[in-house]
Design a protein around this ligand. Structure first.
Ligand code: PAF
Length: 283
């Protein structure tokens, strides 16, 4: 496995790989890798001749009061993780390498899709995500790029950006990987205290109850959400940022679903300072 930290070297590698006819799968990450990322790598390995994992904690997607400095980092551990999974290249540039000494002035803004859910709490977050992902696509020119379904809003925005800008890359969605008790794998789980960790599976349980209610034919979405919100808020350690139901295309809130409409129940909840997200798509 090769470790590359400059854009120039990364582009040179890609040129050689392309000349040899090898297909490239990209797994973009911010590091502190876990088995959720491992599932993306495994899928990329199946589909492509070369797998490149980018590890870059992207400052553009953190707000001024968010956890950029606190974000967990472990590059040597991540490199081992990638090497054990047969990754060909880890691309781990510094912030100056990615954005220059005076920072980048360009941003990519995908309208509408980024305004609700996680975008409401962190304006500019998805501009930062879209900008770095577009930049990685330009540098690496992968045939395919792999994203987790847990961040379904990010996935929708990246898909839309790729379509709108005709970027020739297939976006592959991979199912959320979970702990045995149902908690979605996330680098942020590392922040949870043992007490918070015990409570965290209740987020998934709330989504499963919504799914069950939906399967029983309940369609009074505001009442369903209010009931689950009250249950979550009864736990003093939880602060619900959002618990909502949106349509799966434009991510707009749904109160009265149309017959046959596919929707996503999604939540973001703070446990102390740690914000966890999860979602469940119902057809
Ligand atoms: O999902 C993430 O880890 C990040 O948002 C991504 C896609 C790597 C962009 O920085």
């Amino acid at each position: 496995m090769i470790i590359i930290s400059t854009i120039h070297e990364m582009q040179a590698y890609v040129q050689v790989a392309r000349k040899s006819g090898a297909s490239i799968g990209l797994v973009p990450t911010m590091g502190y890798l876990h088995t959720g990322h491992g599932a993306l790598m495994e899928r990329a390995k199946n589909d492509n001749q070369r797998v490149i994992v980018s590890i870059f904690v992207n400052p553009l997607q953190f707000g001024p009061n968010e956890d950029l400095d606190r974000y967990p980092r472990d590059l040597p551990g991540d490199e081992r993780f990638c090497s054990e999974r047969g990754v060909d290249v880890v691309f781990a540039p510094t912030v100056t390498e990615m954005y220059g000494a005076d920072g980048a002035l360009t941003r990519i803004h995908v309208a509408t899709l980024g305004e609700h859910l996680c975008g409401a709490a962190s304006p500019g977050h998805f501009d930062g995500v879209a900008t770095v992902v577009a930049k990685l696509f330009h540098i690496i020119q992968p045939e395919r790029a792999y994203f987790g379904q847990k961040d379904f809003q990010q996935l929708s925005i990246v898909r839309r950006m790729v379509g709108d800008l005709s970027i020739p890359v297939d976006i592959v969605a991979v199912d959320t990987v979970r702990e045995a008790d149902g908690l979605a794998k996330s680098s942020r789980n590392a922040y949870l205290t043992p007490e918070q960790r015990k409570l965290a599976p209740r987020l998934r349980e709330a989504l499963l109850r919504l799914q069950a209610a939906w399967s029983r034919g309940e369609r009074d979405v505001p009442a369903m959400l209010a009931e689950e919100r009250a249950q979550l808020e009864a736990v003093p350690e939880f602060r619900v940022d959002y618990l909502t139901c949106v349509d799966s295309d434009r991510l707009q809130p749904v109160n009265t679903p149309a017959p046959g409409q596919s929707v996503v129940f999604a939540l973001a909840v703070f446990l102390g300072k740690t914000r966890l997200i999860d979602n469940l798509i119902v057809q």
